[in-house]
Design a protein around this ligand. Structure first.
Ligand code: UDP
Ligand code: MG
Length: 318
């Protein structure tokens, strides 16, 4: 593959004035060194996405992009959250770049892993996931909740790469495919494995936030997980159906049991009738909700209008 592609590094920023100067310095060195080594094209840039910051983040971005043409930025009209800011950055950057890397502004992701990512890209990967090999620098709470998060997601039927956040390399065509997904609730981490293509993993050590505070409190993590599950999986609905079948089955056993007790004359009047009704009716209800749920699941999948397949190569066009 021809080397020297144009790389855009997309960095979402929300109130990151404390850390941005250092991020700019480090990314500047990185991008210059990659250009010097002829790994990337000299038109490569860092694209900051200002996610409605209320501090001086945007001023800093404006300032550096005037001073240095390896820096550029876009600004959202208001705070829309990390995932939307990232999406805005990725879909904008793809118009100018051949290959795009996304990373956080706080330097927690080791920027040196980018060399290996690019190597894998030139070796033919369309997606390279940055995966944290250790999280010693995170607090115990953050580590445990994150671990639970990945397990729970997988259990709920969401294809997701463990310990991979949003530090990843994607080729231009992957993002062009991503743009074809019309759903509003786009859960990016689940989307890339879903899109497909040849992919690989690069391991790196997760560092401490360089400065400033985490913008992902526990409550946001919960809603992030719920978003991920409900936008990728109908497993919760299926669980209701399974529960319905299970309760229905138990209800049959309960009916047999209460009739036997009735025949043995061990029950007071009316007991058998009440027990049978409760089990039968609730079993039937649960089952019916599950069946209705299955249809809702279908409607949900249809409304997403996801592309049914993505072609990676078409020899007619080559
Ligand atoms: N971020 C954003 N919008 C938000 C919250 C966060 O663009 O509403 C950015 C933030 O500036 C950072 C990245 O998303 O670059 C990850 O956020 P943070 O480091 O706070 O999350 P954590 O690493 O603690 O999970
Ligand atoms: Mg962080």
């Amino acid at each position: 593959m021809r080397k020297n592609h144009i790389l855009y590094i997309v960095v979402p920023c929300y109130n990151e004035e404390e850390v941005l100067e250092e991020t700019i310095n480090q990314l500047k060195d990185k991008i210059e060194s990659l250009i010097q080594r002829k790994i990337i094209h000299k038109k490569s840039k860092v694209m900051f996405v200002n996610d409605g910051s209320v501090d001086h983040t945007w001023d800093l971005i404006l300032d550096i992009s005037h001073k240095d043409n390896h820096f550029t930025g876009i600004s959202l009209t208001r705070n829309r959250g990390h995932q939307n800011a990232l999406l805005a950055g990725l879909l904008t950057a793809k118009n100018y770049a051949d290959v795009i890397v996304s990373m956080d502004a706080d330097l927690q992701d080791d920027i040196n892993a980018m060399d290996e990512m690019l190597q894998k890209y030139y070796d033919g990967c369309d997606i390279v996931y940055g995966v944290r090999s250790e999280r010693k620098k995170d607090t115990w709470f953050k580590r445990t909740t994150a671990e639970l998060f990945y397990r729970f997601m997988k259990f709920m039927g969401v294809e997701i790469i463990s310990n991979h956040a949003d530090y990843r390399l994607t080729s231009k065509r992957v993002l062009e495919n991503l743009a074809d997904f019309q759903e509003t609730n786009l859960f990016l981490r689940g989307m890339f494995p879903f899109i497909g293509y040849k992919s690989d993993i690069v391991y790196y050590k997760r560092k401490k936030r360089f400065a400033g505070k985490s913008k992902y409190p526990f409550s946001k993590m919960i809603s992030f997980a719920l978003d991920g599950i409900t936008s990728f999986s109908i497993k919760p609905i299926r669980m209701i159906l399974h529960l319905g079948v299970f309760i229905f089955f138990i209800s049959i056993l309960m009916i047999i049991y209460s009739i036997i007790r009735k025949l043995m004359g061990e029950t007071i009047d009316g007991w058998t009738f009440i027990v049978c009704s409760i089990w039968l009716v609730s079993g039937m209800q649960m089952l019916s909700i599950g069946i209705i749920g299955e249809y809702i699941g279908k409607v949900y999948n249809e409304t997403k209008k996801r592309p049914r397949y993505i072609i990676s190569r078409n020899l007619e066009e080559e």
